[in-house]
Design a protein around this ligand. Sequence first.
Ligand code: PEP
Ligand code: MN
Length: 360
Amino acid sequence: MENTKEMRTWLDDLNLDHPLVIAGPCSAETEEQVLKIAHELKDTDVSYFRAGIWKPRTRPGMFEGVGALGLKWLQKVKAETGMKVCTEVANAAHVKLALEHDIDMLWIGARSTVSPFIMQEIADALEGTDKPVLVKNPVNPDLALWLGGIERIYSAGVKNIGAIHRGFSTYEKTKYRNTPEWQLAIEFQNKYPDIPLINDPSHITGKRDMIFDVCQTALDLNFDGLMVETHYDPENAWSDAAQQVTPDSLKQIMRDLKVKKATETAVSYREPLENLRAQINVVDDQLIDLLGKRMQVADKIGELKKEQNVAVLQSRRWNEILGNMVMEGESRGLSEEFVLKMFKAIHQESINHQEKIINN
Ligand code: PEP
Ligand code: MN
């Protein structure tokens, strides 16, 4: 992809003095619901109204969207509120219908980005359109697959493109619905700094009370915008009830978010500094998470030692670990002194954990 700069024309042309905001319900449910939410979002920072009309659901029999009928409702939203409208497309037929109904922007969902066949089908159907197309990350944390999907769209002559970071699914239960793996988004930005990158805190968190923090992290990491699922009665939404916020909470979130202003010191110092700090925060979170996991394993060893009546401290094993870590550390620019100090502290915490188990 040679000319990623032209991909952001659609965003630059909006001339926003704040991050792009896309908001609206997970699913269009009824005409009244769509219009009521849209009117509550009118005259806010929201530029694009979203609503899913073809819904990719985990199991058959769940609400699968209202279908093409919803396109008419989106046209009404545009006529009545002046907001632009967008929806998810997942095959060539969806693309054709959405373009025929003059939907302003299309996005491709995480379950489609994983499939090169479906991405190619969608790309062929989009050929030459000037509508912006946003590609969500695939459900699995695979940067090459995400970029490959974007490349297919670009190769079909689509010039207005963006990416949506919606997190990644894991077998392991975490506090997120889809873990953000911020490192991967940072890598995306380093590789293609000009491709607009939008964060979707709704599908990352799965819970409305975590949305604000994820939005703030995304803005600190220089994301270009946010896509937030919004419903006037979230608890009774037909899909993704736990993660939707009311239009009023969205307005409050937008008031509370710290957005960087492009003053001169901001450009030369504060912005890169905050960006680097946000990267440090991501790594620190990972460190704490890993240390927590290490202690859980140590606890299990403690239980085994208790059962077998073995001493907590096994110095030969410990010296082996230390030697390896000093070498690993050196190859990453960490001094021997630091690695020894850090691992002694970690080891001490493990011993404390195990002693507690054995003495209980
Ligand atoms: C959505 O945005 O409603 C959606 C289905 O998202 P995702 O593709 O990220 O799961
Ligand atoms: Mn949803």
